[in-house]
Design a binder for this molecule. Sequence first.
Ligand code: ADP
Length: 462
Amino acid sequence: VAPTSAIAPILADLRLRCAAPLPVLRRVADAMASGMRAGLADDGAGELKMIPSHVYSLPTGNETGLFYALDLGGTNFRVLRVQLGGKDKRIIDTEFEQVSIPREIMHGITEDLFDFIASGLSRFVATEGDKFHLPQGRKRELGFTFSFPVNQTSIDSGILIKWTKGFAVSGTAGKDVVACLNAAMERQGLDMRVSALVNDTVGTLAGARYWDDDVMVAVILGTGTNACYIQRTEAIPKLQHLKLETGNTIINTEWGAFSDGLPLTEFDREMDDESINPGEQIFEKTISGMYLGEIVRRVLVKMAEVSDLFGHSFPKKLAEPFVLRTPHLCAMQQDTSDNLGEVESILSDVIGVSQASLLARRVTVEVSDCIIRRGGRLAGAGIIGILEKMENDSRGHIFGRRTVVAMDGGLYEKYPQYRRYMKEAVAELLGPERSNRIAIEHTKDGSGIGAALLAAANSKYA
Ligand code: ADP
């Protein structure tokens, strides 16, 4: 095994390739903006799907009454109710519950899944107390957040393209998931119907905008990533045939699929090659929580192979894909002690290197920082790409006034360095004057309430 100095060129090369200096960020932002334009012109014209939400009524704050929301996107579903009191009282009360979905239901048939959900909803409705009021003669209305690929043709219908994220329910692909849920609620004798079907990013934007009219963009940075924004209806060429009234709508960019001009390394390419979706979701694989730890692991593997950084023999656990996770990187980066004791204990627990040398600890932190910094900076460039596209649609509309970008997701929320790198990149790209007008704000769990607000803004009784 070569001496530890063999890692110096690997580290230098990594620093260089992951630096994402301002010109690279500019190129990425410009490519994001043109990808957005291509996707709005024609389905399949570019990397970005630019999916219309068919939301033509955004929450204004004037909504009143009782509304429900259901969020299905993982191994749990969440149900929520909210009593809205209009401009002054806003959210009078809200309650929620979470139900975990058994494996046999996730691998079963359509009717069983939707019956399971509808019966959970029904139990939740049964606990509705005095603080919540449904006007006489009305059905309860529900906003349905559904985080799987759907072909949506109206605010209250969408055909499932395929299940993802561990769901393998037979018979649902090709069906309208709103019709499936409405039918199951009817079978349960539950007096409720779906008024809005929304993607979680769209729900986040609606939830944030309810409190602040200047919210124009929502970005989720969690296990995966996505972004959506407010778009003028008249500037969506692929919807011209619908002869929409002029106004605002929300476009779901599905920006995780972007790849144009990203500064990638051999480690990214190898991770992509070995992934379940090679060649897809490259932006997501570069900036989101699921992958950042894995990229770092791959760099450490190469270092361990050419040097004795982690001792004379290769640490076996390091060979296991995805053992090193983003929260580990985060914990290591919070260690400001001289001897990096926390880094030592993580290296010991996670990759089985006991008493890693101080050099090994420092190198691990530096590799993590390179990957986190690149991820944060590229996320920032993506946000600027969206703002640029909006500004080009009508000058002064974004940079000439206060504009808010609503952020959510565990990675953004819990990783201070990532957040800082992202904001630094945004500030560098904007320059001091325009930076003052762009606010990047965290909205916690806005997507649940957002779906209920969209049900209210699109109420059948309005
Ligand atoms: P999801 O995206 O899965 O719906 P979240 O928005 O809560 O859920 O994001 C979870 C992701 O956030 C994790 O996959 C992880 O990458 C990241 N994360 C969670 N906790 C931390 C932490 N302490 N430090 C850094 N990143 C974290």
